[in-house]
Design a protein around this ligand. Structure first.
Ligand SMILES: [Zn+2]
Length: 262
């Protein structure tokens, strides 16, 4: 289905004419996530390769309430987009496809789909004049990093981190902290990724998993060893060309512990 055909079909329905693009995208995404649930209550002889004409009641109710639409609008919209929804890959397949696309076409352009930017976009130093004006911070430096995630999420992944700098007060904003006059100030709240060396970040869930292991007397050294052994079972070689070690050191596991305790 091309975009023109889709929009024309929606425009013809009085109950759908005012639907926003964001709601349309959410409808398609949520329906796609529920493909198996849509299929299950259908008659046994239905073809699995074609979208059913009718949604189960529970799915209609969910889409209607979550998107603030009438059941009638859901049924009409489903009829228009059902083939598109059926063709869309499931979310896990989508992320796998995106990974391959970045690997084949993005890496050489410096695009990896994962870039850790500082959580602030403007200077937060209250003594700085740009703080009063809310001036946008600009990129100072971009570094290649390895992102350590849990093994069931593919383990080590290539990524970038970007440092931003306030041109006025010279505060350097990094992903976990800012640096001014050599003083490092961590942002409040728990970060989703913890920096354990210049080029390595550990995902929060993995760091928490190590904390759990250390509670049952697994040493930090063995947490690192376990991760290294499990990582070798991952077949992908995304990080090879990133040229950073694949070893988690005892100090890096302890760094996670200390930063989470701050
Ligand atoms: Zn500033």
């Amino acid at each position: 289905m091309d975009v023109g055909h889709l929009f024309n079909a929606i425009k013809k329905h009085p109950v759908l004419a005012c639907i926003t693009y964001v709601d349309l995208a959410s409808f398609i995404r949520r329906a796609s996530l529920l493909k198996d649930d849509i299929l299950q209550p259908q008659p046994q002889r239905i073809s699995v390769s074609h979208a059913p004409d009718v949604l189960p009641d529970s799915v209609t109710k969910f889409l209607a309430t979550s998107l603030d639409m009438s059941s009638d609008a859901v049924d009409n919209l489903w009829y228009i987009v059902k083939d598109l929804v059926w063709e869309l890959p499931m979310s896990a397949e989508t992320s796998a496809e995106d990974e391959v696309a970045f690997k084949l076409h993005g890496y050489e352009l410096g695009l990896v789909g994962r870039t850790l930017y500082p959580p602030v976009k403007t200077c937060i130093n209250h003594d700085c004049t740009t703080w009063q004006h809310g001036t946008l911070l600009k990129k100072e430096e971009q570094r290649r990093i390895v992102l350590r995630t849990q093994i069931d999420l593919e383990g080590a992944k290539p990524a970038w981190t970007v440092h931003l700098k306030c041109r006025e007060c010279n505060t350097n904003y990094q992903f976990n902290y800012s640096i001014k006059d050599q003083l490092r100030t961590y942002y409040s709240g728990i970060p989703q990724h913890i920096q354990v060396s210049d080029h390595q970040f550990v995902e929060l869930n993995l760091a928490m998993h190590w904390m759990d292991l250390m509670q049952i007397a697994v040493s930090a050294t063995n947490c690192g060893h376990l991760y290294g052994i499990a990582q070798t079972r991952c077949t992908h070689d995304d990080t090879d060309h990133w040229q950073f070690g694949n070893v988690i050191t005892t100090e890096q596991v302890w760094d996670c512990f200390v930063i989470l305790a701050l």
